[in-house]
Design a protein around this ligand. Structure first.
Ligand SMILES: O=C[C@H](O)COP(=O)(O)O
Length: 390
């Protein structure tokens, strides 16, 4: 499952983040760049205040010289935090990893790579070999550009997948905003990290705001044990389903339609040999029937964003050549039906360069029942927990 990491600057902020449900408290000085460190004395005091109620991480500072970085990380590890986040400088990555290897044997280190400083995915196996526990992708320049402005959705999936293949915790951060969350959750990162989005005016140097922490928290599914406490999951559909009840196709569910129309992308598709050597234009039309909330939609908690549909298409296409439009349509429908709010979907995929006109497929798929949606949700949570060893 995906946990919420909240970066906090002092004990008061840590208490707010803890009360509002952040899963991991990350100690840093946001006034001093992306990985500004607090002093060991301040970190010790905050750790004592938190008193083991949540796991705590702390950053080692914005350092580029390997020996200095290792010494700073060692001092932070000695404060009693659960994890030390260490920025891996792109100019001395191999040397820094080597300098941190002995500490990695005795402390839990999370490497931070920066998406805006030339992301090098080949570092991931080296981090695993050096004994790091995890790797986070973040942005160094806090200049309004978000993580997805630097690495597209298929690149982010590759980052998460490579980290999991190396048995590392995978984290994503970098001026993430509320609409980013639903887009990143399908990639199944173990952590999503936030600072700016939790603060007044989305300004990471200002104080944390309890309402904003709550808003972000509400967008990330909680652990299964707390799911039943959420409004959306008050009915125990698993229990009802086991007893033979449950809303099926006949039950009227109020829906709204979210659509993406006339999206044309260059795709490697086709069963002929000559179609493997080039891309061709493919038009996508998607109509998704989405379960309506009981109240008027007011923020990201109430909707399914069209971004999710575009991302699902791009993720399906990023897997490489596909012979059939039918396969693409089924994969897009499957990916989107994993979203618990989606009730039914129509996917139309047309090849535009085959004849003077278009050829293609239109499929309609619907969720069998709400019990099905819950099954999928729980299955995906246990998959991630298994991947992260937790
Ligand atoms: O570790 C996560 C970072 O503190 C994220 O900060 P940000 O959301 O302001 O980029």
């Amino acid at each position: 499952m995906t946990l919420m990491l909240a970066s906090v600057a002092d004990a008061a902020e840590a208490e707010i983040a803890l009360i509002e449900g952040a899963d991991i408290l990350d100690l840093k000085n946001p006034a001093d760049g992306p990985l500004g460190a607090l002093t060991p004395a301040v970190i010790r005091a905050i750790v004592a205040t938190i008193g083991g109620r949540r796991p705590v991480s702390a950053v080692a500072g914005n350092l580029t010289e390997p020996a200095e970085l290792a010494a700073a990380a060692k001092a932070i590890a000695a404060t009693g935090v659960d994890y030390v986040k260490v920025g891996i400088p792109s100019e001395s990555a191999a040397e820094s990893i080597a300098a941190l290897t002995s500490l990695a044997a005795e402390a839990r280190l999370i490497a931070v790579l920066f998406a805006d400083r030339g992301l090098d995915l080949t570092l991931i196996p080296s981090l695993a070999a050096a004994g790091f526990k995890g790797v986070m992708l973040d942005t160094a320049a806090k200049d309004g550009k978000r993580l997805v402005n630097h690495v597209d959705i298929s690149g982010l999936r590759e980052f998460v997948d490579r980290a999991h293949e190396a048995n590392l915790i995978a984290g994503l951060a970098g001026s993430l905003e509320a609409p980013d969350i639903a887009r990143l959750l399908p990639l199944e990162p173990n952590l999503l990290g936030f600072r700016g989005a939790l603060c007044s005016g989305n300004d990471r140097k200002k104080a944390i705001d309890a309402a904003q922490v709550r808003f972000i928290r509400d967008l990330i599914p909680r652990a299964p044990s707390t799911l039943d406490a959420q409004d959306e999951f008050k009915i125990d559909w698993r229990l009802l389903s086991a007893r033979g009840y449950g809303p099926g196709r006949d039950e009227k569910i109020e829906t709204d339609r979210v659509f993406v129309h006339d999206l044309v992308l260059l795709v490697s598709i086709g069963a002929y040999d000559f179609e493997r050597e080039k891309t061709q234009r493919v038009r996508f039309n998607i109509d998704a029937d989405v379960r309506r909330t009981a109240h008027h939609a007011e923020d990201m908690r109430d909707i399914l964003s069209y971004d999710l549909i575009v991302d699902a298409i791009r993720l399906v296409l990023s897997r490489g050549h596909v012979d059939l439009v039918e396969t693409v349509a089924e994969r897009v429908a499957d990916a989107l039906l994993a979203h618990p709010r989606l009730v039914a979907i129509k996917v139309r995929v047309e090849k535009l360069d085959v004849i003077d006109g278009s050829v293609g497929i239109e499929i309609s798929r619907e969720r069998a029942s709400q019990a099905g949606s819950l099954h999928q949700l729980f299955a995906s949570i246990s998959d991630v927990a298994a991947k992260s060893g937790g």
